[in-house]
Each structure stands twice: as structure tokens, then as C-alpha cells.
Design a protein around this ligand. Structure first.
Ligand code: PHE
Ligand code: ZN
Length: 856
């Protein structure tokens, strides 16, 4: 074990800080390789038993430290420095030197393109100065930024600009003050040259807020959608939750080098440019959607995250689960609620269920953490949001709002826990949520088994529900949870009324009886995906069809459809069958007929379940058989309905591109048609024409994806054209790289090699790395899971290189390789071999070490 790989921290060991910092003044003298940071903090002892002040610090050069003006010696610790026997109250001055240009981990202060920027969540501030780098230490910040006037005309930090001026040698400075105390993870600074878009928002109470969006030079025309999204989010939060913005200025800066999606720094959000820039030619409908949702997410953090923040990092879901839930509600209001929900269900099933059954399984409030960056997970974020959604379901719209009001007013300005949140919900609604709290401490995906019987003579429908959570890597014993199980009962004949209800499952086993069910019912379980669980229910194709046709809940209809198709795929895979069951064919015939009436929902229904979704339905999978079966069904459906796909595709063509709901839905369906058409002989001309006449990236990408999935020679031809047109555009080139990396063909490893020696490839740019290696590892199933293990070896070779540059990104990319339990023994063995190589590597980061060690 190297020095990087320290022990895990435990939630149970939490201790309140011994000192507080009421105010901090920071001065940055920005230089590429040697930036001087002066930090002057007002420190107070809050626990008289704690005599020494220990500060966190990483990769800092300490130039000097003064206590009340007297230079003082410090001792080094594993985490940073220790000051022994400090006074009860004092001024602490620290000077450090840091090197932004050579900071490729992209934490702390670094350069993205020509601009200086910071990323401090979770523990990046300790790379800027020695400090109490923990969220329960909240201070008021004043920040002076000094830089070259020509290189960095804009000097930004949190809060309000209070003064600025010129300095010697062509430099200038700006002084910012943030009136709201905050943890250091919300600190931000940006200095660089940008184009600026400006707008205004008048809050509910009539205050004027300046909105400023900073983008790379030449990108102004791609910023409007982000700015419009921000205004929508601001209005929505006022209307939905009564939450108003609190500063006079709100700034967003787009940068090309960023580890995550975006960051909610107070008044100065920093964004991955991917979630800011869009125009019809270069961005897809999905990009437009993502931008709106990420802009909203970061904005919503202003209350759920910033004004009320986390006590410690184990509580991360307090702000992330809640804020994801809020951005999901927002997206549902802005776009199609059904489609938004279906896509969230996909994320849960494809990624979260996999995490929860793998070596990194953890509750939404983890109990043990080695490297915090590893816990910005689908579990903390997306399952966290599902837990909040269940509260919303249990308490109702109004009850939830009452709970939110109580939470915000009770804890404004504080750093609190998930328990505090649930307590506010309980108190505002006088409800007992003690059983529900188990969702915060228990990991794993509960399975609900259903036994269902309808008695025609008594007209009773009886449902026996049993819940069981299989043991996970981190927890052997599981308790029953409080699970809201929404159900819909529809008459199989389609004649008569259906019924919808939310059942409260609180015990391990429970019986529910419905009276007056006069006609044979079909039951849709977990409508709206009312809980993050799996359902084990043997329904019949006839009943599933009734749900698809007659249920009112779109998620249930889609789900039944996916289930029917999944069953067919598994049947083909198991029997190695040349014959395909009839029911998917009948189903598709019906769906295609109705496609025009609900294009968006039907597009989702016509899309075959992904490999990852299929994999989640079995304990063991045969990769080759499953891929083969899925492919076989796809080809069959493509050929059987080739005339319909073609007709529908032609009918769906849109006038000039606009990001507008009706158009988006038609484009989505038209893309699905193309994906089937590409499996048929006669499609070349259609694809070529579609590419040629497309006036937008959504349609263009649909053509390229269809060609890629079917390995058509046309793919290479179009990709060359595409590259020629877009080689100077980083965001579009990410799509180009991803299309190549995702192509499943025998030579895919040499393709990857070529991509990485491409002039536009850089290991320092996370977006680029993700588009090549991320796409390969997560979505190139055939290539990654090659039987001879060469896919695993390829990823491992790369991880060893990447880990030395950017451990955070490396640790994300390893995900598909540690979730191997469902694979055959041969593949498992090949994976373990590679994990061992990593494990034995001497200077492996803590990020990778934690995952590898758990996976072995
Ligand atoms: N807090 C950010 C968000 O979810 C995510 C993030 C975490 C960004 C850590 C950077 C580093 O909005
Ligand atoms: Zn967030």
C-alpha cells in the first residue's frame, strides 16, 4: 500500500470542527507556473479541548505562515500541517505557491485553454491554500484576483464586484465579496478572455439580477439556449418552491477542460462547455435537453446545496439527490414528462442497479469512504433523487412543499444532514418516517415478488407482495423498507374503468385486496417507477398487451412493452432459436400503426431494450448469445416492417430545425426508424439522402449512428465528410470520436489506437478521453468484452497512463470492469487478471485503489 492509499473514513467517526473561520481574505497573483496565494483567515476556537489547529493541504509550497503577524513554524502531517497550541482567536496569514499550468487533475486552480479556473468540490480547496477543507466550516469570502490585463481581461470570483483597478507591468485586479458564508468547496475564481452574453432577470419581489454567460471567443451564438434555460429555471423555482435568487449577479463560465458536468459555486457556476453551447448545426436535441437540465440543476443548488449545505461529505445526497429530483421535476414541466421519466428509469436500471449489485455498492448516504470523488455516483445522485421522489409520493405535492418550506427556513445558513431533511419532512407533515429512513442507510436493490389472483365469483383481486433485498458487497444483512408501490389495474378486455393506487409496502410480506373487480384485470406494477426496486412478476403476454393498450400511465405502458421484448430476446438467446416468438411482431405491427398519434412514447417503445438493461434482468449472462439474440430480433423487425419504417420515416420529416417539443418527438421517432432501416438492404440511398439534406445535428447523428450500429461501409464515407466539416469544433469532434469508439467490429482495438494518435486527441481533456475510452468501455459491448480479454487489457493499459494524469476520470472509466459478477467464468478471470495488474502498480491513485481493491 503506497502513501496514496490511506484508510477509509467513517460517517460514525464524525466530529464537529474544533475551530471556525468567520472571514477569509484571499489574494491570487496569477502566473502560469507560479501563482502566489495569500490567505488571511479570522480563526476562532469553538472546542476548548482541541488545542492544535490541523489544516488540510495538498501539492502546496508553503512560503510562510503568520499568527497575529508573527511568523510561526508548522509541523507537517499526512493531510497537511499542524499548528500547536494556537490562541482562542487569531488572524492566520498563509502564503503558498501553486502551479496551475501543470495541474492536469483539474482540481484546485488550473488552466483550461487560456483561462485560469478553479474546481474545489469536494476537496480541491486544499490544493489552493492550507485550510479546514470541510463543508461544515463556513466563512465569508473576500477575494482579490490579480492577472495580466491582456490575457485575462475578465477577473471573476463569487459574489459582488466591489472594486477594481490597474496594477504594474500590464496587470490589473478585481476585488469580490460574497456576503453569504459558505464552505470552501463553493469557492470559485475565473480569469481569462471570453465572449460575454448578458441578460437580466427580475425576481418575484422585484429585484434586478444581472445574468452573465462567458464562453470561448466566437461562441456567442451558441450561448442563447443556456441563458434562456437559466431564466426558465429561476422563474420555475420561484413558482414551484417560492425560492428566489439572492445576489445581484449570476455568472456562468463555460470551460473545455472539466472533470464533471458543472459546478454550483456561489454566484459563479463553472460549466463543462458541453452543457452550455448549442446551436442547431452542432448540437442534438439531447444536448439541448441536457443543457436546460444541467443549467437548472446548478441554479437550484443555490438553495439546496449552497444556502443549506452539507455537514460532511457522507451527506452528499442531501444536496445532490434533492437537486436532481428538483431538476427532474423542472425537466418534466419543460419537456414531455413521460419521456423524461422513461429516461430516468433507464439510468436507474442500466447504471444504478449495476452499481448497487457490484463491489462499489453503497447506500445513498455512504457509511465509509476512502476517496470522496468516488462517491459522486449514480447511487448518491439518481437513487438519491428516487428516494426524494418516494417522499414526494408518500406526502403528496402539498405535503412535500410544506416539508421543503420547513427544511429551508429551519436550516438556512447551516450545514446539515440527511436526517435533518427527513426530520423537516416529518415535522411539517406529522408523519412517522422512521421506517423510510432505512433508504438512507441500506444499499442494494430490493426485489418485490408478486403473487396475484383474481376471483371472478367474489370479484376480488388479491395481491401478495414480498420484499427482499439481496446482500451487497458492503452489507450482508438487509431490513424491510417502506416502499410505495404504485399500481394500475386495467380490464384485460379494455372495456370499463381502470384503477390506480399507491400501496404502502412496509413489511416483509403484505396482502392487499381490491374489491369490486368485475372483469378480468391486468395489473401494472410500479407505475411511474414509484420506487427504485425490481419487480418479479410472471405476467402473461396477453396481460402485458392489455397494459400497453389500456393503462393510463405511460411508464407502465413502455415498461410492459420492454418486458415483452426482453422476454422474446431471452427466449431467442436461450434456445439459440431460429424462430422468434410471435408476440413482439404483433406488438410492433400495432405500435407502427399508431406511431403518429404519440410519436415520442412509441419511439421509446420501438427501441429495443439495451444490452445493459437486459443484463440487469438475470444473475448470469451469456454476452455473445444476448448480443446475437438482440441483433436477430432487430433484423427481423427491420425486415418484416421495412415498408412501414420507410413510410413512417418519410412522413416524419420536419421543416426547418427548431428545438421545440413537437419537432423533437418527431425527430426521435424518425431516428428510431432509421436505425431499423439501416438493417435492411434497400436503405443506402435513404441514409445517404438523409445525411445530405439534414439541417441539424440530431438528424445527422441519427444517420451516423444507424450506419455505425450496422457496420455499413457508408459509415466511413460519411465520417470522413463529417470530420472535414467539423475538425475545428471540439464538442462536435467529441461526437465523432465517440462514434468511432463505439463501433462494434473485429478491428475495434486498432481503431481505438488510431483515435488516440489522432492530432485532436489529448489525454488531458476529459471530454475527449470519455468520448473515446468511456464510449468503448461502457457501450462497445462486443469490443470491450472480447473473449480473449484484449478489451480489458486495452482499458487497463490506458488506465495506468491516465491515472497519473487525472485519477478522477480514470476511476470513472474503470466502472464497467469492476461490475463483472454476471459474466462467464472465463471473462471474469480475464478481468481479475487486469485488476491485479492495477492493484500491483506502485503509485496507483487512491481513487483507483479503492475500486480495484473492492473489486478483487
Ligand atoms: N456538484 C456538482 C453538481 O452536481 C458536481 C461536481 C462535483 C462537479 C465535484 C465537480 C466536482 O452539480
Ligand atoms: Zn449537483
Amino acid at each position: 500500500m503506497s502513501s496514496n492509499q490511506s484508510r477509509a473514513m467513517k460517517l460514525a467517526d464524525y466530529q464537529a470542527p474544533g475551530f471556525s473561520v468567520s472571514d477569509i481574505y484571499l489574494e491570487f497573483d496569477l502566473q502560469d507556473e507560479q501563482t502566489r496565494v495569500t490567505a488571511i483567515s479570522q480563526v476562532q476556537r469553538v472546542d476548548s479541548a482541541i488545542r492544535d489547529l490541523e489544516l488540510d493541504g495538498k501539492k502546496l509550497i508553503l512560503e510562510g505562515l503568520w499568527i497575529n503577524g508573527t511568523q510561526t513554524e508548522v509541523s507537517l502531517t499526512e493531510q497537511g500541517i499542524r499548528l500547536t497550541e494556537v490562541p482562542d482567536q487569531f488572524e492566520l496569514r498563509i502564503e503558498t505557491l501553486i502551479d496551475p499550468v501543470n495541474n492536469h487533475a483539474l482540481e484546485g486552480l488550473y488552466k483550461s485553454g487560456g483561462a485560469f479556473c478553479t474546481q474545489c468540490e469536494a476537496q480541491g480547496f486544499r490544493r489552493i491554500t492550507y485550510f479546514l477543507d470541510r463543508p461544515d466550516v463556513m466563512a465569508r469570502y473576500r477575494v482579490k484576483v490579480i492577472a495580466d490585463k491582456q490575457d485575462c481581461p475578465y477577473l471573476l470570483a463569487n459574489g459582488n464586484l466591489i472594486d477594481s483597478g490597474d496594477a504594474e507591468q500590464g496587470r490589473h485586479w478585481a476585488l469580490w465579496e460574497d456576503p453569504f458564508p459558505k464552505p470552501c468547496y463553493l469557492f470559485a475564481l475565473v480569469a481569462g478572455d471570453f465572449d460575454k452574453l448578458e441578460d437580466q432577470f427580475t425576481t418575484h419581489s422585484g429585484r434586478q439580477v444581472e445574468l452573465q454567460l462567458f464562453v470561448d471567443k466566437g461562441n456567442v451564438s451558441r450561448g442563447q439556449h443556456a441563458l434562456d434555460s437559466l431564466k426558465k429555471a429561476m422563474a420555475w423555482d420561484e413558482q414551484k418552491y417560492g425560492l428566489e435568487y439572492d445576489l445581484d449577479i449570476y455568472m456562468i463560465v463555460a470551460v473545455d477542460f472539466f472533470n464533471m458536468g458543472a459546478m454550483e459555486n456561489k454566484g459563479l457556476n463553472i460549466f463543462n462547455s458541453k452543457y452550455v453551447l448549442a446551436d442547431a448545426a452542432s448540437a442534438t436535441d439531447q444536448d439541448y435537453f441536457n443543457i436546460e437540465s444541467v443549467i437548472a440543476h446548478e441554479y437550484f443548488h443555490n438553495w439546496t446545496g449552497n444556502r443549506v449545505t452539507c455537514r460532511d461529505w457522507f451527506q452528499l445526497s442531501l444536496k445532490e439527490g434533492l437537486t436532481v429530483f428538483r431538476d427532474q421535476q423542472f425537466s418534466a414541466d419543460m419537456a414531455s414528462a413521460a419521456i423524461v421519466r422513461i429516461n430516468q428509469v433507464r439510468v436507474m436500471r442500466e447504471h444504478q442497479f449495476a452499481e448497487d449489485s457490484g463491489p462499489m455498492a453503497h447506500p445513498i448516504r455512504p457509511a465509509e469512504v476512502m476517496e470522496m470523488n468516488n462517491f459522486y455516483s449514480v447511487t448518491v445522485y439518481d437513487k438519491g433523487a428516487e428516494v426524494i421522489r418516494m417522499l414526494h409520493t408518500l406526502l403528496g405535492e402539498q405535503g412535500f412543499r410544506k416539508g421543503m418550506d420547513c427544511y429551508i427556513s429551519r436550516h438556512d445558513g447551516q450545514a446539515v444532514t440527511c436526517d435533518d431533511f427527513v426530520q423537516a419532512m416529518e415535522d411539517a407533515n406529522q408523519r412517522d418516517l422512521s421506517l423510510f429512513r432505512g433508504w438512507y442507510s441500506q444499499s442494494g436493490t430490493p426485489v418485490i415478488s408478486v403473487d396475484c389472483e383474481w376471483d371472478e365469483s367474489t370479484q376480488q383481486l388479491r395481491l401478495d407482495l414480498t420484499q427482499k433485498t439481496p446482500p451487497t458487497a458492503d452489507q450482508a444483512e438487509k431490513q424491510p423498507l417502506h416502499i410505495p408501490v404504485a399500481i394500475e389495474v386495467v380490464p384485460v378486455s379494455g372495456q370499463g374503468e381502470g384503477r390506480s393506487e399507491v400501496l404502502s409496502l412496509t413489511g416483509q410480506q403484505q396482502r392487499f385486496t381490491f374489491e369490486n373487480i368485475s372483469a378480468e384485470p391486468a395489473v401494472a406494477l410500479l407505475t411511474g417507477f414509484s420506487a427504485p426496486v425490481k419487480v418479479d412478476y410472471q405476467s402473461t403476454p396477453g396481460h402485458q398487451l392489455a397494459v400497453i393498450l389500456y393503462a393510463s400511465d405511460p411508464v407502465a405502458r413502455w415498461d410492459a412493452c420492454q418486458q415483452l421484448v426482453s422476454d422474446a430476446i431471452f427466449t431467442i438467446a436461450q434456445n439459440d432459436a431460429r424462430t422468434v416468438p410471435d408476440f413482439p411482431i404483433e406488438l410492433f405491427a400495432g405500435l407502427l400503426e399508431q406511431a403518429q398519434t404519440e410519436p415520442a412514447l412509441i419511439a421509446e417503445m420501438l427501441e429495443l431494450p439495451s444490452f445493459e438493461t437486459l443484463a440487469q434482468q438475470r444473475d448470469r449472462i451469456d454476452v455473445d448469445a444476448l448480443l446475437g439474440a438482440r441483433k436477430q430480433l432487430k433484423t427481423l423487425l427491420a425486415e418484416k416492417f421495412s415498408a412501414q419504417w420507410q413510410r413512417l420515416f418519410i412522413q416524419l420529416s420536419n421543416p426547418q430545425y427548431d428545438y421545440q417539443q413537437q419537432q423533437v418527438e418527431r425527430r426521435r421517432l424518425s431516428g428510431v426508424c432509421l436505425s431499423y432501416l439501416a438493417c435492411t438492404e434497400a436503405s443506402l440511398d435513404i441514409l445517404r439522402q438523409a445525411y445530405k439534406h439534414s439541417d441539424n445535428m440530431t438528424d445527422t447523428l441519427a444517420v451516423l449512428k444507424a450506419c455505425q450500429a450496422e457496420n455499413l461501409p457508408l459509415f466511413d464515407e460519411l465520417m470522413q465528410d463529417f470530420e472535414q466539416r467539423w475538425h475545428d469544433d471540439p464538442l462536435v469532434m467529441d461526437k465523432w470520436f465517440a462514434l468511432h469508439a463505439g463501433r462494434q467490429h473485429p478491428g475495434c482495438l486498432s481503431t481505438l489506437q488510431l483515435l488516440m494518435s489522432h492530432g485532436r486527441y489529448s489525454i488531458n481533456n476529459p471530454n475527449r478521453v470519455r468520448s473515446v475510452m468511456g464510449t468503448f468501455a461502457f457501450y462497445n459491448t462486443e469490443g470491450f468484452h472480447r473473449r480473449d480479454g484484449s478489451g480489458y487489457r486495452f482499458l487497463t493499459d490506458y488506465l495506468l497512463e491516465l491515472d497519473a494524469v487525472n485519477p478522477q476520470v480514470a476511476a470513472r472509466l474503470i466502472t464497467p470492469m469492476i461490475q463483472y459478477a454476471k459474466l462467464d467464468e472465463n471473462r471474469q478471470q480475464k478481468i481479475r487478471l487486469q485488476l491485479l495488474r492495477l492493484f500491483e502498480h506502485k503509485s496507483l491513485s487512491r481513487d483507483l485503489y479503492e475500486k480495484v481493491q473492492k473489486a478483487l
